[in-house]
Design a protein around this ligand. Sequence first.
Ligand SMILES: *[C@@H]1O[C@H](CO)[C@@H](O)[C@H](O)[C@H]1NC(C)=O
Ligand SMILES: *[C@@H]1O[C@H](CO)[C@@H](O)[C@H](O)[C@H]1NC(C)=O
Ligand SMILES: *[C@@H]1O[C@H](CO)[C@@H](O)[C@H](O)[C@H]1NC(C)=O
Ligand SMILES: *[C@@H]1O[C@H](CO)[C@@H](O)[C@H](O)[C@H]1NC(C)=O
Ligand SMILES: *[C@@H]1O[C@H](CO)[C@@H](O)[C@H](O)[C@H]1NC(C)=O
Ligand SMILES: *[C@@H]1O[C@H](CO)[C@@H](O)[C@H](O)[C@H]1NC(C)=O
Ligand SMILES: *[C@@H]1O[C@H](CO)[C@@H](O)[C@H](O)[C@H]1NC(C)=O
Ligand SMILES: *[C@@H]1O[C@H](CO)[C@@H](O)[C@H](O)[C@H]1NC(C)=O
Length: 797
Amino acid sequence: MILKKSCQMLMLCICFWALNAGYHHNHLAEKVKALLGEDVVLPCSFKFPEGVPVPYIIQWHKKGIKIPIYIWYAGYPPHIGEGYGGRVSLTGQASLHLSNLQVHDQGTYTCIVNFFDRSPDRKRNGSLVHLSVHAPPHFHVKPPDVEYVKTGENLTLRCAAEGTPDPVITWYMGNIPLTEGPGVIIYRGTLEILKLQQSHIGDYTCRARNSEGSISTKTKVITAGSAVITVPPQNITKLEGDKAEFICEAKAFPANITHRWLLNDKEIYQIRWLAPRTVVRRDGTLFINPTSAEDSGLYTCEVFNGIGTPERASAYLSVEYPARVTYSPTIQYLPLGLSGVIRCYVKASPPFIHIKWSKDNRPFDPKAHHGVFSLSNGSIQIQRVVSEHQGWYICTPYNLYGTTGKSNRMEVLVRDPPIFTVKPRQQYQRRVNSQVTMPCYGIGQPKPVIKWRRADGRKLSKDRSTQRYGNLTIRTLRKEDYGCYECVLQNDVATLVTSTLLIVEGTTPHAPTNVSIKTSAFSATLNWLPAYDGNYPQSYVIWYRLVEQADNPWRTMRVEPDETTTFTIYNLQPSSEYEFRILSRNSLGDGMFSPTVKTKTSPWDFLGRVYPTDAYGATYIPTVQKPSGPKPSPPRNVTVQETEDGLLISWLSPLNQKVPVAFYYVEYRTQSMSWKRWGPIKRATSYLAKDMAPGHYRFRVYSYSILSVGQASSEVSLIIAGETYEVTKSRAITAGVVGGILFFIVAIVLSVCAVKICNKRKRRKAEKAYMMVTCPVTDTRNGRPSHADSPSPIKNN
Ligand SMILES: *[C@@H]1O[C@H](CO)[C@@H](O)[C@H](O)[C@H]1NC(C)=O
Ligand SMILES: *[C@@H]1O[C@H](CO)[C@@H](O)[C@H](O)[C@H]1NC(C)=O
Ligand SMILES: *[C@@H]1O[C@H](CO)[C@@H](O)[C@H](O)[C@H]1NC(C)=O
Ligand SMILES: *[C@@H]1O[C@H](CO)[C@@H](O)[C@H](O)[C@H]1NC(C)=O
Ligand SMILES: *[C@@H]1O[C@H](CO)[C@@H](O)[C@H](O)[C@H]1NC(C)=O
Ligand SMILES: *[C@@H]1O[C@H](CO)[C@@H](O)[C@H](O)[C@H]1NC(C)=O
Ligand SMILES: *[C@@H]1O[C@H](CO)[C@@H](O)[C@H](O)[C@H]1NC(C)=O
Ligand SMILES: *[C@@H]1O[C@H](CO)[C@@H](O)[C@H](O)[C@H]1NC(C)=O
């Protein structure tokens, strides 16, 4: 069965191949048009040769596909190409019925009818059909129905459609077609309007059109507004148990506002004790019912509609309640002979006004007892405890709302405080990398706890320090271990503290602290506190630079003499921000930088006539990087005279001295050189220039204030007689030119000669070669004649 089918196919294929050879599609193709998904008939008809029916085969080819898509031969099931299953059938004489048209069906089809029993050239017949599959446009990218925009922003509406032929997309605003222009870009269907203006707000239509149809989609472009709180929440005060309500009204366009509520910056729905008592109404109002004492705090409402940034507004809720005792310890201890506190744990809103105390069932007024004070937190302090302070105490706090009641009876016992039996020394001094053990021990009733800590609050190193009972050991000491340490002896009766200083020797110094800077226009005076010096004398280096030139390396200044902790840096620029830091060092090397401090130098009094002074009190002219401030007037009446000593350039100071002149610069030039200058000239209005080369000179004078430069004076010319540089130069040029020409001539002569010699040599070589062919040439080697070709025995030599 399979064999038979295969044979059939093979036969058909061979036929197809054989018959197809030499067929040319030189007929004009018939054009057939159909719509996507519809059916179509590709026409083909034939006539039998001489009208006599003979067996025939019908083949339908599609251009681009090798094997016919359809082959029919009477008596056999038709062959149907891939992708055409169920969609093709024969209709009429040889026409092809193609159903459910698809885009890829488009193309050129050929129908060939082959007759058997005919000479090859006459047995062909068929037709050429071009099928185009058309489709009306449909959108595959559609702009949104509503687009919220803000003027000044860019609007981008994407629109893309498919169809056959390719649809053309046109944009309309209202009914007016849009064209590209300044600020309006239409590219592949996407409309972009840059920097929206109010006039751009409106309805936009995207229309896609081809020969099969036209579709459109509309987008409303609406000015959007971010959510704005119109009625913010107000501070409220409620009595505990009442209902509290925070309003947070907002307006927005679009109006899809979401409200968030936070208590002390924490999302309310995440606060477990509060969330179950709250409701947020649709309009954003927050209800708390009932309120409780701990609900007090800052409530923040945040509104957002997806446009711009969320807006927030906050208000306080304060929940008030009568004063209450939160905790009554059954036993409290007082240290005999020391100061002690009898505690009353109070909570009240508004704060308590008064605490009533009783001792052993009798009223106890602290004020009536010497050395007993009421503390602001409700407790009472006894300056020096004696055994009479022992007893049963009760406290009752009151505020505006009264009280919720008194504390339980609290037994206060007077006991001996713990005592140190071993105290650390006042100071320990160890070398870096060594170790230290600082003992501390104490006893008491109840048994006290002994704990070590650093006085500055920093943590003790976990890896390098251990505490065994009262002994603190720090191993491989480091620079940062330097400092004050406290041993704390604590039990319920009292807490005692003793401290000791640990000095780590042999380290570089710590960073200087508390850097403060005072500035003037041209200087800055730094003050700092020395930190631990590593047990060697320390010195400092000040690093500084202009903040605006922070890319440049720091300038440094060694502080002299050593150990000084105040220093002035000179030659700064006025009104400029500088940063400073101080590096400490000792004989072991550089320590650490202090924190960087930024500060601005003060502005310079432009009109003052005072020069800045340096470290030695001498005035100097500052280097001005950016001239600033008012400009001085230019000098007047510039004259130049030749004197025996040289050229004397003099001028008059400007008439208008509103901006004082600090110094002058004299500038000069000849025709062949750019301006050069002499200066600065302070406290003089002339300059003697010596040893001037002859030439045609021009002079001008500038006046400078400390920070700015004025306009130039008028220029003065002078010719200094003598052989000028220009003449020398022109001579040199002439000499150069003449020299060049001579060299050129010599070069030509030499090269001519060289060519001649070469030619001679070439002729000789040719002659030699000719001789070689005609007769053996004799050569001399090692002084002996030998024939070039003859092999010479090696041993001979
Ligand atoms: C088919 O063949 C017949 C007879 O050979 C001829 O008259 C006719 O024009 C042919 N048709 C086509 C479409 O080639
Ligand atoms: C608008 O588009 C222009 C050009 O593409 C771009 O330079 C500009 O940054 C865009 N403006 C905004 C607000 O996105
Ligand atoms: C709410 O209370 C806070 C703090 O008490 C205060 O700073 C703020 O001004 C109050 N707000 C209003 C609207 O009264
Ligand atoms: C509100 O609607 C706008 C426009 O449809 C959308 O961009 C935004 O994300 C929405 N905001 C919220 C909070 O859902
Ligand atoms: C009240 O202040 C004192 C001294 O600051 C303190 O010792 C005591 O523990 C405080 N009382 C309460 C209840 O916190
Ligand atoms: C604590 O140190 C002291 C003195 O260095 C020593 O005598 C004592 O045995 C140490 N105690 C413990 C528990 O290590
Ligand atoms: C140094 O600065 C610290 C913290 O800024 C401050 O607590 C301390 O009082 C200052 N010391 C002096 C002497 O100004
Ligand atoms: C300076 O020049 C002005 C104008 O050129 C002239 O009037 C004035 O007399 C001159 N002054 C002196 C002191 O030479």
